[in-house]
Design a binder for this molecule. Structure first.
Ligand code: AMP
Ligand code: GLY
Length: 427
């Protein structure tokens, strides 16, 4: 099979690397890819908004499957375009991708499907006064979310009424999230540990991959600003087997059914962002794609043929037996540029990438190659990831930290406590 992976982050590096292990693969292409994917696939630099060029490319390379990694091209309709041209695509239509692109849409789907989630109310920007008076009636902390995509920054947790009012004004009056803040939701604050669950689906049938846990904040002990994710581990021991069944039955299945019912059949990876509360798992968000950096730890602990899994989903005949949990464990520590998630400087040479260890994968997220050197080119630069064959997150964590200590670039920053949260759970 000839396969095209769309995207340039650590997630796409992980997806491409896993596809590259398939015996069914003939040629692997990435648009645009990164210096990591360039080692085993062929990168092509085509704009993700140039749909005609992308479909011409697929025709000329006889592409059998397109896997779309990031949310923006999905929300913009790239999968619809390619499907209309007759290509097989792993990734939802623009309509189905609204489950990520509109929090109000996602909430409506959840409420109608009776899926456990925080209680909420929706306001549009013409309701500034109503939304502020509503703040009198609620408990704190409360959570205010811009409706649309906001690069992971659209969620504001407000400790009291004055913070909440300031948040609403920032969104509606100062337009800090642009049009993504034309609507907002105010929802109850949920307490508990978070987990990310990926359901691979053909729209009706699905399988859940081993659960992972992300580390969203920049600082150790979950302090400081929210980021795209500073590290992850899998499997997350908080998701014991009975909980995983509950998530499938009470969350994934009814949402997929509701998506079909409303004419928004979802084909791809449905990512459920959960909080495990005292009264069970509740959804805080859905994403319409694989998570980053969670994908970097989930895929290495799968046996079987990942390409077959994605291809069968794209065909509408999910082959659930194509992958299985390997029994292993994986920890990814993200190396970031100094200053991230705020401003940072790019272009520093990265040294120590030539590590050779079968149990370590160095995923590229924000790098570029210039004159044979690999340079920093983003906020999140690398995902240094261990993947060992036993369920031992302590060993996996140790391996990742040993590996990252051998890599360096000017201003390299990473959290020192990735996966620590797992250790309090019994095996
Ligand atoms: P999101 O962008 O929806 O993933 O939200 C970013 C972060 O905000 C999540 O990872 C949670 O830590 C937090 N969050 C979102 N919704 C809630 C909620 N209802 N209660 C508590 N924390 C939340
Ligand atoms: N790791 C969070 C995300 O992919 O949205």
């Amino acid at each position: 099979m000839n396969v095209l992976v769309i995207g340039s982050g650590g997630r796409e590096h992980a997806i491409a690397l896993k596809i590259n292990q398939s015996k069914k693969l003939k040629s692997l292409f990435c648009i645009p890819g990164n210096p990591g994917t360039n080692k085993f696939a062929t990168n092509f630099n085509i704009s993700l908004t140039d749909y005609l060029k992308i479909s011409d490319f697929c025709n000329s390379k006889e592409v059998d499957l397109v896997v779309i990694g990031p949310e923006q091209p999905l929300v913009d309709g790239l999968s619809d375009h390619l499907r209309n041209e007759g290509f097989k695509v792993f990734g939802p239509s623009a309509n189905a991708a609204r489950i990520e692109a509109s929090k109000a849409f996602a909430k409506k789907i959840m409420i109608d499907a009776d899926v456990p989630t925080a209680k909420y109310i929706e306001f549009s920007s013409s309701q500034l006064i109503e939304s502020i008076s509503y703040l009198e009636k609620i408990d704190y902390p409360t959570v205010i979310k811009a409706d649309g995509l906001a690069a992971g920054k659209g969620v504001l947790i407000c400790g009291d009424k004055s913070e909440a009012e300031a948040a609403i004004r920032e969104i509606f009056e100062h337009k800090i999230f642009g049009d993504s803040g034309n609507k907002l939701i105010i929802e109850d604050f949920l307490e508990g540990e978070e987990a990310s669950v990926f359901a691979i689906t053909d729209g009706e049938n699905f399988i859940c991959l081993p659960a992972a846990q992300d580390h969203k904040r920049i600082g150790d002990g979950d302090t400081g600003k929210n980021t795209g994710g500073m590290g992850a581990y899998a499997p997350a021991p908080i998701i014991i087997e009975s909980l995983s069944k509950e998530i499938e039955i009470k969350i994934i299945k009814p949402v997929l059914t509701q998506m079909v019912k409303t004419g928004n059949k979802f084909i791809g990876c449905l990512y459920a962002g959960l909080i495990i509360t005292k009264s069970g798992p509740k959804v805080i968000e859905f994403n319409c794609r694989f998570g980053d950096p969670e994908t970097q730890v989930v895929l290495p602990i799968l046996n079987g043929d990942f390409l077959q899994l994605l291809y069968s989903a794209a065909l509408g005949k999910l082959d659930k037996s194509s992958v299985q949990y390997s029994g292993g464990s994986s920890v990814c520590v993200v190396a970031a540029s100094k200053g991230y998630p705020d401003e940072y400087v790019k272009g520093f040479e990265i040294k120590g990438l030539d590590l050779s260890d079968d149990e370590i994968i160095i995923y590229h997220s924000g790098t570029k190659e210039e004159n044979g050197k690999i340079l920093t080119n983003g906020g999140r630069v690398l995902g240094v990831t261990s993947a060992i064959s036993t369920f031992n997150l302590v060993s996996a964590q140790k391996k990742s930290y040993e590996a990252i200590s051998k890599i360096n670039f000017d201003g390299m920053y990473y959290r020192k406590d990735i996966a620590e949260k797992a250790f309090k759970h019994p095996k």
